[in-house]
Structures are given as structure tokens and as C-alpha cells.
Design a protein around this ligand. Structure first.
Ligand code: SF4
Length: 359
């Protein structure tokens, strides 16, 4: 874009944002803690999905100190359903650093923000600009699309040279003194008008300067990504029951969905003929129980990142619960299990068991 046009573009975007921004709770006061939580929740998640989680989180954990002092169980439970649980764990780690090293206030210094656990270049830029109105650039998926279209960049936006170009454009264009509104204006434009399909160009404050609009290329810019290959996996889940109680285990810390609870599950599926013997042995070795293995009850399907998983669920009954529960496992009722943080597929599984019990 001709640099002479930049002031007009900035003003048009600021005016549009002032009039059309969505009234989101963290925009009322621009409190740094609220901006931080909202930005972490918005990674990989749309506003309308995260809003109920945000509201619940803020009512339970209204300050940085309360996050630092909360149990990990509580933090994960409040995050349950949002996915990408490392975001919640890092939020708590960062809250503890903020309490230990910054007196419980999110630091305004960019390098200090960047050094917090879970804060990458995007989030650091978003916090510095939105919470503290500092002229720091941000480039997320929405801004990427807006910048590519205005500048007519047809190369894949994730390529290294284009990423460099986009970050330097975002830095050049930022409106000093109005960084908070300018960056949010770009984000809001990408989220509401400059959508991936059928952008509303006639309503757009940037249409006078937009190359993609004027050359009829809004459907080819940004260049579409190749579809990632979906990997299919089969798992075996044991629904181990003793009366009203079910065996659940806590996933190991540090791994995928670490710290969340699940019904015992193995990432392999023995053949139908050998499944009962295999499961009998696994339950004995891993949980110290002698179980009677039933047939497959049902399957649960779920998708996460690049995986499509099928859980083959077998009912296993146990006549006697060992007096000492194995490490990281518990026998709980379905009501008690609902108090734990579970990955989404196991929430569905718990509900299904509850529905079948009351049918
Ligand atoms: S004119 Fe259309 S394509 Fe260009 S930035 Fe606006 S909404 Fe996006």
C-alpha cells in the first residue's frame, strides 16, 4: 500500500472499531488480568465458544492471586471443554510467577510479559498493545487474512517470508497512541467482515485500499492451506464397574491432556478373540483388579488435532475393590466423576453411562 494512504486507513479502521466493536466483557475496563485470560482462551477458540468459560472462570478466579492459589484440579475443571489444556496449566504457572516476581500484577514490560510461561510472540504483542496500549504488532489468523487481502499477498501466509512480511506490516501500520484500538480493529475486522468466505467488502472500512477486493481475488487470497492428513486410531476403553462405582485414572502429568481424568484406556485394540484375555491381564497388572470382561458395549468417536479416534468400550465388572486404590486411580460414582476435569470424549462417555443407568 502506498504509505501516503496509511493515515487514512488507520483512521477509517479506528472509526469503524469505535462504532462496531462487539461489547465483550474484557473491553469494559481493559484490566490486564482480564485481557490476559481472554487472550489465552481465544487461542484456537472462537469468541462465542469461549464466552461462557470466560464468565465462569472470572467468577471463580477473579484475580491473579486466586489463580496462583487454586488447585490444579480446579483450574482444569474450569477449563474442561475448551481443550488444549496446556493453556490452563501455563496460565496457572504464569500466575505464580507474577505473584512471586511482580507483586501479583501482570508486568507491563514487554520482555517480562514474553518471559511468562505460555506467552508467545502473538500473546505478548496482544497483551502489550491491548492491556497497556503499547505499539506492539500482533498477527493472528484473522489479521493474517486481512493483511494478505489488503496487500494482495497471494503466497501461502504461513510461509516464513510471508510471516516476516506480515509481522513487519503489522508493526509499520500500527497507530501510535491507539495501538489498543488499532490491533483490536484488525482482529475484529477479520472476525466479523473479512471472513474466510464471502467477506462483506461493501461494509468494510478498508475497502478503498484493498487489493484483493479491487482485483476480485478475495476467494483466492489468502492461499488456501492443504488439508492435513487425518490419522485414524483405535483405542480400547474399559468401563470397570463395582456396584455404583467406576474405575477412573488420572492421566500422567506432562503428556497430552496430562492431569485430566479418564476411564482406563489403551491406545491399542487387540483382536476380538484375544481382547478379553488381554484386558483381564492389563486390568490386573495396571489396577490390581480381577475383572469379568463383557462384550463391546458401544463405540465412541472423537476428533482432536489431526486424529480421529474410535474408543471401543467394554463393560468389565469387578466383584471386589482392592483395599488400596492404585496410584492415580479412584473408584467413584458417576456423580463424583462429574466433579473431575475430563477430556470431552470422556464427559460424553460419563453422560452416556448416566443415561443408560436411568433408562
Ligand atoms: S475489502 Fe473485503 S477483502 Fe478487503 S479487507 Fe475488507 S473485507 Fe477483507
Amino acid at each position: 500500500m502506498n504509505p501516503d494512504h496509511l493515515p487514512d486507513l488507520q483512521q477509517a479502521l479506528l472509526d469503524w472499531f469505535a462504532e462496531h466493536q462487539r461489547p465483550l466483557p474484557w473491553r469494559r475496563q481493559y484490566h490486564p488480568y482480564e485481557i490476559w485470560v481472554s487472550e489465552i482462551m481465544l487461542q484456537q477458540t472462537q469468541v462465542k465458544t469461549m464466552l461462557p468459560f470466560y464468565t465462569r472462570w472470572m467468577s471463580e478466579l477473579p484475580t491473579v492471586h486466586s489463580v496462583a492459589a487454586a488447585s490444579e484440579e480446579m483450574v482444569l475443571k474450569l477449563w474442561e471443554g475448551l481443550g488444549y489444556y496446556s493453556r490452563a496449566r501455563n496460565l496457572q504457572k504464569a500466575a505464580r510467577v507474577i505473584c512471586d516476581e511482580h507483586g501479583g500484577e501482570l508486568p507491563a514490560d514487554f520482555d517480562h510479559i514474553r518471559a511468562l510461561p505460555g506467552i508467545g510472540p502473538y500473546t505478548a504483542g496482544a497483551l502489550a498493545s491491548i492491556a497497556f496500549n503499547q505499539p506492539r504488532p500482533v498477527v493472528d489468523g484473522n489479521i493474517e487474512r486481512v493483511l494478505c487481502r489488503i496487500e494482495g499477498i497471494g503466497e501461502p501466509p504461513k510461509s516464513t517470508p510471508v510471516q516476516k512480511q506480515l509481522w513487519s506490516l503489522a508493526a509499520e501500520w500500527i497507530s501510535h497512541g491507539h495501538a489498543r484500538e488499532f490491533n483490536q480493529g484488525l482482529m475484529e475486522l477479520g472476525a466479523t467482515l473479512c471472513t474466510p468466505r464471502n467477506p462483506s467488502c461493501l461494509l468494510c472500512p478498508a475497502n478503498a485500499w484493498c487489493v484483493a477486493f479491487h482485483t476480485g481475488r478475495t476467494d483466492t487470497i489468502p492461499a488456501p492451506r492443504g488439508r492435513p492428513e487425518i490419522i485414524r486410531i483405535e483405542k480400547l476403553t474399559a468401563l470397570v464397574q463395582n456396584g455404583d462405582c467406576w474405575l477412573v485414572r488420572k492421566r500422567p502429568e506432562g503428556g497430552l491432556m496430562g492431569g485430566l481424568w479418564e476411564f482406563p484406556t489403551w491406545e491399542e485394540l487387540p483382536s476380538e478373540n484375544s481382547a478379553a484375555a488381554w484386558l483381564t491381564q492389563q486390568l490386573h497388572e495396571d489396577y490390581g483388579v480381577a475383572a469379568r470382561i463383557g462384550p463391546e458395549l458401544f463405540k465412541m468417536e472423537h476428533d482432536y488435532t489431526r486424529f480421529h479416534a474410535t474408543l471401543h468400550c467394554r463393560l468389565c465388572t469387578v466383584a471386589e475393590i482392592p483395599s488400596v486404590p492404585p496410584d492415580n486411580a479412584q473408584w467413584l460414582t458417576l456423580g463424583e466423576i462429574s466433579e473431575l476435569a475430563l477430556p470431552r470424549v470422556f464427559q460424553r462417555l460419563r453422560k452416556r453411562l448416566l443415561d443408560e443407568a436411568s433408562a
